[in-house]
Design a binder for this molecule. Structure first.
Ligand code: GLP
Length: 266
């Protein structure tokens, strides 16, 4: 696992956008795991800009979103279907038939979850999974005590998550209390994971996630087991990390980051 700290949230977003663009240019039919939430908005904006100004091509890309609320339709402004379409998909040249988000309105949720897992396998697995962390330490909606081996399934949301996300609903009381989420085990099978974390309010949970002990109470700690995972944070989110100097040295000196060091100077 690696941790990269950038001086500002803009540069953290810029770095993640360049990594995605580079992977997509190398493999146009990239299977991209996508996340939702406020952290992702500027990242999607930057990718849209790259599409418009630098011809970043999504026409062959395939996407799988991490999660969706149960019981609200895709056209509900609080749903992740709505978020993805309006924040990202409608602005790029992706084929909507290649985008996948769990169906929170499915009659048979267990079947929906099983089929979601099968679809990921049919596409050969996820090449690059994009993530952020919730204040409860969740990845996707893997709330505290989620098994490290869990697969896509229904999950009850924790009070902390409800508090964190209810303001994203036109009527906060309408926020569902359950969701479908990829499991921790599903996420760990992605070939590569990138976790974008910005803002002071995430500093404690980020430090616990990367430097704290591995625990099912904080699903993000499971990423410590992943052989190819990088956390990219801004200075604010990184403020509680104890090994900041080491992480900075890695980005400034390791050859694998040279291409991105140059990109961020442009
Ligand atoms: C939701 C999503 C998570 C995401 C989290 C972060 O809860 N299910 O996948 O990591 O939001 O939210 P924000 O970026 O708004 O802090």
């Amino acid at each position: 696992m690696q941790v990269i700290i950038q001086p500002s949230s803009e540069l953290a977003v810029e770095l993640v956008a360049h990594i995605i663009a580079e992977r997509l240019r190398k493999k146009p039919h990239l299977v991209l795991g996508l996340a939702t939430g406020r952290t992702m908005v500027p990242l999607y904006e930057r990718l849209i800009q790259m599409h418009k100004e630098e011809n970043l091509d999504f026409s062959l890309a395939v996407t799988f979103n991490l999660d969706e609320y149960i019981g609200i339709p895709p056209e509900h402004p609080g749903s992740y279907h709505y978020f993805m379409y309006h924040t990202f998909f409608k602005h790029i040249n992706i084929d909507l038939r290649n985008t996948h988000i769990p169906n929170g309105m499915a009659m048979d949720i267990r079947k929906e979850c099983k089929e979601y897992e099968e679809k990921i396998k049919d596409f050969g697995g996820i090449d690059l999974q994009l993530l952020s962390i919730g204040e409860s330490g969740h990845i996707g909606f893997n709330e505290p005590l989620s098994s490290m081996f869990s697969r896509t399934r229904e999950k009850a949301l924790s009070p902390k998550t409800i508090e964190q996300n209810k303001h994203l609903f036109p009527n906060p009381e309408e926020m569902p209390k359950r969701a479908i989420t990829m499991g921790v085990g599903t996420i760990l099978e992605a070939s590569e994971c990138i976790v974008l974390v910005t803002g002071k309010h995430k500093s404690r949970i980020l430090a616990q996630s990367v430097e704290g002990p591995f625990t099912a109470m904080i699903s993000a700690t499971a990423l410590q087991l992943h052989p190819n995972c990088v956390f990219i944070a801004d200075e604010n989110a990184g403020s509680d990390l104890t090994q900041k100097e080491y992480y900075r040295w890695i980005f400034e000196n390791e050859p694998e980051w040279e291409y991105y060091r140059e990109k961020l100077k442009e």
